[in-house]
Design a binder for this molecule. Structure first.
Ligand code: UD1
Ligand code: CA
Length: 470
């Protein structure tokens, strides 16, 4: 579309509708807060709206209409966004009622030249669709521009049908449509831009004469007013989330988009459709993510890392050149540059795995600092501990950190060698450069440079084995 006449001074009020009950979800939490790739559903249209205004450099404001469980929604959204205005819809009775509440909820809302409406349950819409309807408004000077898309199999899809009529259009909700109207395959996306004056003048005329007794915003469109439908090629972006099946569908598509974004930055996904990568994840170039790996929360992964098949990583900070090998499970931890973890390792919250550390198979680390170059290679539990640089914990090491009431700390210094099958009964300290013999139970501090051994002496009786044989 031409760039002419793009007046940047037009103010826009964007209103996101999130007041409905969302009963088709069958969940206790309100639909706008349902998690979608690690973020609440409602945060997607909010992000899209904010980035549209920013990108176009248009002065404006983003408002959200809340009703059902509104307080919960407001609190949760304000944790991640400021500068969002909330308007309350006290008795949710349809999308037109939501918009009425928006207009009377704040005087300022009537002053914006244009009003953009987005449904709070259409998370795939991007700023480019908003830009397109805005441009169409500037170019056509219509009372309203309606985003539409073509659905191949319209029966039962739940979207309103677009009936082109006169200089305008009509929209028939599926539940009100005749069987012929149901066959129409041009759908209402639920994304509109209005001349605010038209909206104010027309909204009060909407009646609730329909099967649900709701006030439908779609009844605002008519044959006499100049309404411009614009048909978008990619209907996927307008898919609404009304039930859990559509939620999964949306998650799949958002996931594809996320992997594409990371792929373009140099991240390789092997069997990409088996990965779940949350929206907030960052991964550096040259990294490879194996099949079935799940990366969640606010995880940041550096460059040239290897994330093995089936690894599950939640809210971790991982440096460059790290290997997280197959089927390891990591949560709320830091893994520094060059470290190797797994396969089959479990890294629990507050573990700090230092540079070039090696954590091997069947090792569990919890709330511990493992300093640079240390090794815990096999079958160990390290909890509430500090392990100094370049120390080596042999196979089967256990920090006995819990006495039944309290947790205690094990501290091991630098360059110490801890033989296999050693237990430290915390609180206890082992110094630098120590050598602990295998099979020892250490319950007293061991000073720097010491050798310690605590195990029963071996007795060998030649020829006596027969006595113990069955
Ligand atoms: C709506 C449109 C339909 C369109 C579809 C696109 C109407 C009447 N129908 O149908 O034409 O094809 O979106 O996805 O508008 N809401 C409120 N307050 C209310 C009721 C709803 O804020 O009283 C909010 C909901 O929370 C939701 C949005 O409005 O985010 C849309 O409501 P929903 O019930 O999902 O409408 P659809 O049946 O999907
Ligand atoms: Ca919907």
């Amino acid at each position: 579309m031409g760039q002419k006449n793009l007046e940047k001074n037009n103010k826009i009020g964007i209103v996101i509708l999130a007041g409905g009950v969302g009963s088709r979800m069958k969940l206790d939490i309100p639909k706008p807060l349902v998690p979608l790739l690690g973020r609440p559903l409602l945060s997607y249209p909010i992000n899209t709206s904010l980035s549209f205004l920013k990108n176009e450099g248009i002065p404006g404001k983003v408002s959200v209409v809340i009703g059902y469980q509104g307080e919960l929604i407001r609190e949760s959204i304000l944790r991640n966004f400021d500068n969002i205005d909330f308007v309350i819809q006290p008795n949710p009775s349809g999308t037109a009622d939501a918009l009425k509440c928006y207009l009377i909820g704040n005087e300022e809302n009537k002053q914006f030249e244009y009003t953009v409406v987005i449904c709070g349950d259409t998370p795939l819409i991007t700023k480019s669709e908003l830009s397109e309807i805005y441009r169409a408004m500037l170019e056509t000077g219509s009372e309203a521009v309606v985003g539409t898309f073509v659905h191949e199999f319209p029966q039962g899809c739940g979207y309103g049908r677009v009936i082109r009529d006169g200089v305008g259009i009509k929209i028939k909700e599926e539940r009100e449509a005749t069987s012929d109207e149901k066959k129409i395959n041009e759908m209402n996306s639920g994304l509109y831009i209005f001349q605010t004056k038209f909206l104010i003048n027309s909204i009060s005329k909407i009646k609730n004469r329909n099967n649900t007794k709701e006030y439908y915003l779609t009844d605002i469109f008519n044959s006499e007013s100049k309404i411009s439908p614009i048909t978008f090629k990619d209907g996927k972006v307008f898919r609404g989330v009304n039930d859990l099946i559509q939620l999964e569908e949306a998650e799949k598509w958002l996931g594809e988009r996320k992997r594409l974004e990371l792929g373009n930055k140099g991240v390789r996904f092997k069997r990409a459709d088996s990965n779940i990568i949350d929206d907030g994840i960052e991964i550096g170039a040259g990294s490879i993510v194996g099949p079935n790996a799940i990366i969640e929360g606010e995880t940041i992964i550096g460059k040239n890392c290897l994330i093995g098949p089936g690894a599950i990583i939640r809210s971790c900070k991982i440096g460059d050149n790290v290997k997280i090998l197959a089927y390891s499970h990591l949560e709320d931890s830091i893994i520094e540059e060059g470290a190797d973890v797994g396969p089959f390792a479990r890294i629990r919250p507050e573990a700090n795995i230092g540079k070039n550390v090696k954590i091997g198979n069947f090792v569990e680390i919890k709330k511990s600092d493992i300093h640079q170059g240390a090794k815990v290679s096999h079958l160990s539990y390290v909890g509430d501990s500090e392990i100094g640089e370049n120390s080596n914990l042999g196979c089967g090491f256990i920090s006995c950190n819990y006495d039944g009431k309290n947790k205690h700390k094990t501290v091991i210094g630098k360059n110490s060698f801890i033989g296999s099958d050693t237990q430290t009964v915390a609180p206890v300290k082992i110094g630098d450069n120590c050598f602990i013999a295998s099979g020892s139970t250490i319950n007293k501090d061991v000073p720097d440079d010491s050798f310690a051994i605590s195990r029963g002496r071996q007795v060998t009786m030649e020829g006596k084995a027969k006595r113990f044989m069955p």
